[in-house]
Design a protein around this ligand. Structure first.
Ligand code: ADP
Ligand code: ASP
Ligand code: MG
Length: 477
């Protein structure tokens, strides 16, 4: 079997959902399991509704919800309206009144009504208590996948696919770290195997929402923004998939974000290690957690374009051929804060670093780049509301200063390992841009440095012009 994951833009409207159905149809022989995101921008809007409610703006919260209800009902009507019939369904849509069987559209509309009424009730509750807890945030933000997985199932059925819906909250079991919950792989695998195999054995196409799960008590959770890719990998690993396909809006993993650099080239093949570094340091095309389950089972991951399905995309695999280029790609991650710590004692006493890292651990904030000197340590973290609280805790150990609006740039390639003088080439290429921190990771396949956020476009373009103007046709397209 294979897993096919469709991201937000690949299911953003009726046209995109029909295109996804055609792509799935072409792969029926591979026994696909389909994982879908919310329609594009829906998760952002749900979160905005939650925030408005928490700020007491009831009208705004309910207006956002009404807009989403309208978009989903319109899309459903386009997909299942009078001119669309499922295979084997009655040729006239039934009225649904007087005991008649409701049409697929009527069924979907009433499911949407129940769900949106529940969302509105919840938003009113948030207004009443003037607080949006992480638990409630997850319930609200996961709505997009709940809605769209039901919608895509119905649309696939209308397109002649024998699709069956699986509620991800019944199979993806996580801990209660709301907004970035961690899956319980053992329990999740058991449930996925039972539920998916039952459908696959009947030659049906299971369709489930990405991003969402639930605790073992059944409380809704989400596994982190952009997490549908991770969901797809969890499903693929559980069923020993032949491959995991991530269908998105670009031709594959590119030498850099094509929005930053229109000349970005498609990478045909890349190693798990390289892709993991790129994903971690900002290549949004793949959620960083996706690689781990795929590596565990050695399952290749393909990045493919739903608007250009004949393009062969990018294959992420354990055996990537060596490239004649020094690097594979450049990633940049914005919204970074540098925290500088100067030890208040004379020299860095034994245990100082441990004490510092304990503070980050307690706040559950990962540190990305670290550099040290005799008396000082600088670290980077994603900019968060918790910075002031972290700084206050660190101030008990050291003199603390923090500065936001920074970015991490990461240049990746297996060839870095065996090439002398790579750092010199990189810093030579970026000229007089000010570099705040530098690190060459232990994996020896990346060079990472920190710059001002507003210098990202200029720095990335300079690096790209220097290292990717000519590319090895074996590895790049
Ligand atoms: P989806 O909604 O399908 O999950 P995302 O928006 O999460 O899609 O990811 C796709 C986007 O990732 C692209 O539109 C592109 O702007 C961005 N991106 C960033 N870095 C890269 C890269 N190296 N290669 C391809 N796309 C990238
Ligand atoms: N819809 C979720 C998000 O926007 C998950 C995803 O798209 O992967 O973060
Ligand atoms: Mg994504």
């Amino acid at each position: 079997m294979i897993v096919m994951k469709f991201g937000g833009t690949s299911v953003e409207d009726a046209v995109a959902i029909r295109r996804a159905a055609d792509i799935v149809k072409a792969r029926l022989a591979d026994r696909p399991v389909v994982v879908v995101s919310a329609m594009a921008k829906v998760t952002d809007q749900l979160l905005a509704a939650g925030r408005a409610a928490a700020n007491g703006d009831r009208d705004q919260a309910l207006a956002i919800s009404a807009g989403l209800r309208d978009r989903h009902l319109r899309t459903a009507a386009e997909l299942l309206g009078p001119s669309q019939h499922s295979v084997g369904a009655p040729s006239k849509p039934s009225s649904g009144l007087g005991g008649g069987v409701p049409s697929p559209l009527q069924k979907l509309q009433s499911e949407f009504d129940v769900l949106f009424n529940r969302l509105d009730e919840l938003l009113r509750g948030v207004v009443a208590v003037a607080e949006l807890s992480p638990r409630t945030t997850d319930f609200v933000s996961g709505f997009g996948e709940v809605l769209n997985s039901i919608q895509v199932t119905a649309a696939f059925q209308a397109a002649g696919l024998d699709a069956g819906h699986i509620d991800s909250r019944e199979v993806i079991v996580t801990d209660a770290t709301h907004t970035r919950a961690v899956p319980d792989f053992e329990e999740t695998e058991k449930r996925l195997q039972t539920r998916l195999k039952a459908l696959l054995d009947q030659k049906r196409v299971p369709v489930m929402g990405g991003f969402i799960g639930a605790t073992s008590e059944g409380v809704a959770t989400t596994i982190g923004r952009g997490g549908s890719d991770f969901s797809a990998a969890i499903v693929g690993a559980a069923l020993d998939a032949q491959r995991i396909e991530i269908w998105t809006d670009v031709d594959g993993m590119m030498t850099t974000d094509p929005n930053l650099c229109p000349g970005a080239r498609r990478i045909k093949v890349i190693s798990f290690n390289e892709a993991a570094e790129l994903a971690y340091f900002g290549a949004k095309v793949l959620h960083p957690a996706t690689i781990m389950p795929a590596v565990r089972k050695n399952i290749p991951v393909y990045i493919l374009n739903s608007r250009n399905p004949s393009c062969e995309g990018t294959c992420i695999t354990s055996q990537a051929p060596r490239s004649k280029n020094l690097f594979k790609a450049i990633a940049a991650k914005k919204r970074i804060t540098i925290i500088d710590l100067v030890a208040t004692r004379m020299l860095m006493a034994h245990g100082f670093l441990r004490d510092i890292f304990e503070v980050f651990d307690r706040h559950r904030i990962p540190v990305d780049v670290v550099s040290t000197s005799e008396v000082s340590v600088s670290v980077t973290v994603d900019t968060t509301d918790a910075i002031e609280a972290i700084a206050a805790d660190l101030a008990k150990l050291a003199d603390v200063q923090h500065e936001g609006h920074k970015a991490i740039v990461c240049i990746v390639g297996e060839n870095i390992r065996m090439t002398p003088g790579v750092a010199g080439k990189v810093f030579g290429a970026i000229g007089d841009h000010n570099v705040r921190m530098i690190s060459q990771g232990a994996s020896e396949i990346n060079i990472t440095f920190v710059i001002e956020e507003d210098e990202v476009p200029a720095v990335v373009r300079r690096l790209h012009d220097t290292f990717f103007t000519e590319v090895d046709p074996e590895v790049f397209a």
